[in-house]
Design a binder for this molecule. Structure first.
Ligand code: NOJ
Ligand code: CA
Length: 666
């Protein structure tokens, strides 16, 4: 009798095991349990961190037209692997990254032979999972919904922008999880237990973007950007989704220091990456946003041959690598209307050949610009010839723009948009052209696979300071913990004329794109603008103000010394929306940046990140004692100290202020 009971117990346990599988992170702090429901065959996962529940059992799966892909599954087999590898990239916050995870691939099967592999990867700094479906007898499928849930076990605080399939240029909200209705990703949170996390996705290809929508009190469900007919995606009978990711860390800066998103992307598909390099740039750009110049050719045209040469000369004289020109090609008259741009026809007053020759002669790179106004079909028709034309001129860097709706009811963040943005990246790579996309699809780490995809906008950038109430002081200290977890951002910091005192009353100035608001300004101190060059990582870093505002300004020395080609980065301290401090190493130089919201703050750091036994000249760009973002924003002091790794620094930040330090080895 006893023997039989034992046999039964073993049998039950084995059966139960078959419908449940567990995996933990290499350090065993994060545990994920996967289960299928015995009756319905629904699939759920749950997550604990240090034995405290993070996600209660949360649904998994998809729904397609004529194919239900979320129920009736049984576990067929479970395969486990551990990977611990170190990989390098041509540029990035860190050129060397470690990818260390435990993978659990759960193979599921249904009576109708639909197969699914759910691939879970658990790292010490979070997790990712993706769906690999195989629907027999179907060449194609129409995906209509995603069922993935994130059911928080406890309340917390969140930092997000609203879910929106057309734009990310929205203000961040700090909300308790129980008040959050919807969010775009990266959706950053801190649980009541003090754990920091951020939900996002990795390797987004040929699929719509994912946003989060509340389904009940503390639970959120994935939603996908629709196609014009309301369905979500066209896929093959065999399809693999992007990774659903959750970065996790005991401290907020742990999220910034995580390379989980890149670790879940594939290695570079571009073999020779020697032509891809980080750069500092300036551009004929801010003058248009301020309303001094125009993009279209008229008596206030910004991109003229004369202006171009002036900017190229300034770049050559100030250790700046490249110059951007916007409003150089025909079509801007139609911006906001018909949106017809010609990407090979410079305006008559912009002699692109002469300009390209001049730039080459002075060793300066040109950054081309393709504003599409959202007219994707027309852009795709011209894309190949336009890229070839640029490459022939020696223009190997391209900024793109999609300021305007796509025709045919397609949304920027839909599968249609994702396909288009990817097409541009791949086509550009053929001509050795790098890409900086504005009004883009969000970054999901594809820069590892396509390192010519340098940077993008995808949040409210500096431009909003020119024609709106501007970005609030907290904005730039939320971005590192939210938008920048996805990847680099072309924020374009560096306004020195914070109050627009030198241009406000110019006879050339005609306000545009603003509503009631006419007293525009930048809502930071000058030192914070400088610190942003370090804090807001971008391999293409812009000094965005008019060059005449930099000439002879002592604080511009920071940008001359700055090297955007960093090898290593570390976020040292910070809280989302409150403050942040970051240090980066580029060759032998180190750059430090710290910034705060409206609150003044004093921080203390040991300089033990510096190389031992090296003396550095530390040039400190600090808020003056009476600086204040609102009342005295330009009071900035530059001082020099000599330091070693045995020293420490006290960093005093004014309200809305910041501090930047360059450490140059002697
Ligand atoms: C919006 C972009 O973000 C900005 O950088 C650009 O100048 C304008 N569109 C015009 O293309
Ligand atoms: Ca924009």
């Amino acid at each position: 009798m006893q023997k039989l009971l034992f046999a039964l117990l073993v049998g039950c346990t084995m059966m139960a095991c078959r419908q449940k599988a567990e995996v933990s992170s290499p350090d065993e702090s994060i545990r994920l349990t996967f289960r299928t429901d015995r009756k319905s065959g629904e699939m759920r996962y749950a997550v604990t961190v240090n034995d405290r529940p993070l996600f209660e059992p949360s649904l998994l799966g998809f729904v397609a037209q004529d194919a239900e892909l979320a129920c009736s599954f049984r576990i067929d087999k479970v395969e486990r692997t551990t990977v611990d590898e170190t990989w390098t990239q041509p540029w990035g916050e860190n050129k060397t990254n470690r990818s260390h995870y435990n993978e659990m691939a759960v193979s599921l099967r249904r009576k109708d032979d639909v197969r699914l592999v759910l691939r879970f990867r658990l790292f010490d700094d979070g997790l990712g999972f993706r769906y690999e479906y195989e629907v027999p007898g179907r060449d194609s499928l129409v995906v209509t919904a995603e069922c993935t849930e994130f059911r928080f076990a406890e309340d917390g605080t969140s930092w997000t922008i609203p879910a929106n399939f057309e734009t990310y240029e929205l203000l961040y909200r700090t909300l308790p999880l129980h008040e959050l209705e919807d969010a775009n990703t990266p959706a950053t949170f801190r649980t009541a237990g003090g754990l920091y996390g951020s939900i996002h996705e990795a390797a987004l290809y040929d699929f719509p973007e994912m946003v989060l929508r509340r389904c009940d009190s503390l639970s959120f469900k994935a939603d996908l950007a629709p196609l014009p007919d309301g369905t979500k995606a066209r896929v093959a009978g065999r399809f693999v989704t992007p990774w659903r990711t959750v970065q996790l860390a005991p401290e907020a800066v742990g999220l910034i220091n995580s390379s989980l998103i890149l670790n879940l992307n594939e290695p570079s598909k571009i073999e020779d990456t020697s032509w891809i390099r980080p750069m500092k740039y300036i551009g004929v750009w801010w003058s248009m946003h301020l309303g001094l110049d125009t993009w279209a050719m008229d008596d206030r045209h910004g991109a003229t041959t004369e202006q171009a040469k002036r900017y190229i000369e300034f770049a050559a004289d100030n250790h700046i690598d490249a110059v951007l020109f916007e409003g150089w090609n025909e079509g801007w008259e139609t911006w906001g209307g018909e949106q017809h741009f010609d990407y090979r026809k410079p305006y008559a007053d912009f002699d692109i050949r002469e300009i390209a020759d001049y730039a080459r002669h002075l060793g300066i790179e040109l950054i081309g610009h393709h504003e599409t106004g959202g007219n994707v079909p027309e852009y795709e028709r011209q894309l190949d010839s336009a890229l070839l034309w640029y490459a022939d001129l020696g223009v190997h860097n391209l900024k793109t723009g999609y300021a305007g709706g796509f025709p045919g009811g397609y949304l920027h963040h839909s599968q249609y948009g994702v396909r288009h943005y990817q097409k541009v990246v791949e086509q550009a790579a053929k001509y050795r052209i790098t890409v900086n996309a504005h009004e883009p699809i969000k970054d999901c780490g594809i820069r590892r696979t396509w390192p010519n995809m340098m940077t993008r906008e995808g949040a409210r950038g500096k431009e909003w300071d020119a024609w709106s109430a501007g970005n609030p002081p907290s904005h730039e200290v939320i971005l590192p913990f939210t938008r920048l977890l996805a990847g680099p951002m072309d924020y374009t910091p560096g306004t020195f004329d914070i109050l627009y005192e030198r241009t406000r009353d110019s006879v050339r100035r005609k306000l545009w794109n603003c509503g009631e608001e006419v007293n525009m300004r930048v809502n930071t101190t000058l030192a914070k603008q400088i610190a942003d060059w370090v804090i807001l990582y971008s391999p293409l870093q812009m000094a965005s103000d008019l060059i005449e505002h930099y000439e002879e300004h002592p604080a511009f020395q920071f940008f001359r010394d700055f090297d955007p080609d960093c090898d290593w980065s570390r976020a040292l301290a910070g809280e989302p929306g409150e403050y942040v401090a970051v240090v980066r190493r580029a060759g032998g130089k180190f750059f430090f940046g710290a910034a705060t919201n409206e609150e003044p703050r004093s921080l203390h750091f040991d300089l033990d990140f510096l190389e031992p036994e090296v003396t550095y000249e530390a040039a400190i760009y600090a808020d003056a004692p009476d600086a204040h973002w609102e009342t005295n924003p330009t009071a900035c002091e530059v001082t020099v100290r000599y330091v070693t790794s045995a020293d420490a620094i006290d960093v005093v930040l004014a309200p809305g202020g910041g501090q930047a330090i360059s450490f140059l080895p002697l």
